[in-house]
Write a protein that binds this ligand. Sequence first.
Ligand code: FCB
Length: 462
Amino acid sequence: MSATQQRGRLALRPQDFPADFLFGAATASYQIEGAVSEGGRTPSIWDTFCATPGRIRGGDTGEVACDHYHRTREDIALMRELGIGAYRLSLAWPRILPGGGDRVNPVGLAFYDRLVDDLLEAGITPWITLYHWDLPQPLEDAGGWPTRDITDRFASYAATAAGALGDRVHDWITLNEPWCSAFLGYGSGIHAPGRVDPADAVRASHHLLLAHGKAVEAVRSAAPQARVGITLNLYPVTPADDRDTSHDLARRLDGLHNRWFLDPVFRGSYPEDVLADLDPVLERGWLHEGDLEVISAPLDFLGVNYYTRHNVRSSPYPGTNLADFSGRYLPRAVNGWEVDPDGLSEVLTRVSRDYTGIPLYITENGSAWEDEVGADGSVDDPERTAFLVDHLRACLDARAEGANLAGYFAWSLLDNFEWAEGFATRFGLVHVDYETQRRTMKSSGRWYSGFIGEHRTGILTA
Ligand code: FCB
């Protein structure tokens, strides 16, 4: 029986993951830190976006969020309780370089410096993402990601961060999900800065990729032993019916979501069919000679964020271009995302087969449920545990099919500020009561901790 035929049948046993497989959890600065005007931090595009009425569900903001800025010790204690080997955090650019200029803010840097030391002391390896969406507002005012100059600003920020922390931090992720920054930020406008202009969105995507390439070089020069990668949000895109129009829609969406980022990073070219699709919106001059060489600088790993699949059919109404994200009649999490673990193994095997043999790390995977604190103070979330079990099993399936998967970071350590969805959508292994900032390990967190513990014991007794 081939590994494909066995899909879904592999038991989930911690010992089936190799001894050096990394189990971690992830967060992002704006989603947890709060303290937005403390320690010399200046506004990011998310502060501005949150202050704009109607942008965020319930009018929520990241002003306080999980107050992590003042509670790092407590949160590291939770990480220890989970037993994670690695913690993926992101740096707030406007904390380190207020206003996005060249002046380094020692207080901002000291915050991360201490955090890194405390993590290392707790035996947890810090993984740093340089950009998880909190662009300094003045850089947006100067044109934002659609402007080419920003790529040099990002490279110099990367050099500063790696210069300060690179003696202790070895794993660096340049960007988190550039698709979201470009197409949600400048295309649909549902994320900060909330602009709606297709040409700007495409230009932004190119400058994000170029900034990534320049940052790879900057991090390596500042910290020669660094391992550098990028995190992409990859979705399998499948046609929901057999009509040619649905197949073409799936091709276009796969092109813009997945291949538009994978191809330049791993092949040094943009996909021809997507270039043709975008021709009507693209203005000349956005791609300079040599850009693709910079973008395709060899990487040490690829970070993959996986949440769901896009199963799409074209609208049956003639003359319209609309996609119908029909789904596959699978259970849905509270935010509407279908739970589709097979999609995770498909994504991982595709990347390994078609693009690269470098190690892959799932840098985010998780789900949102109606978590409630019970009368006894506990939070029981069996759906999240089941999600973890099914997706970890999908990781084993992908490994059995040859994917070079080396680690898994759950999203998220804590419930947090879920961007335009505000605080209503909870993804944490740990529940946060936003009134009191009380943290409660959910039953899924306890399950994950037991699983990681067994994996570690297996290693120690092997
Ligand atoms: C991803 C983001 C992350 C979080 C999850 C649910 O797209 O990278 O910050 O919001 O979705």
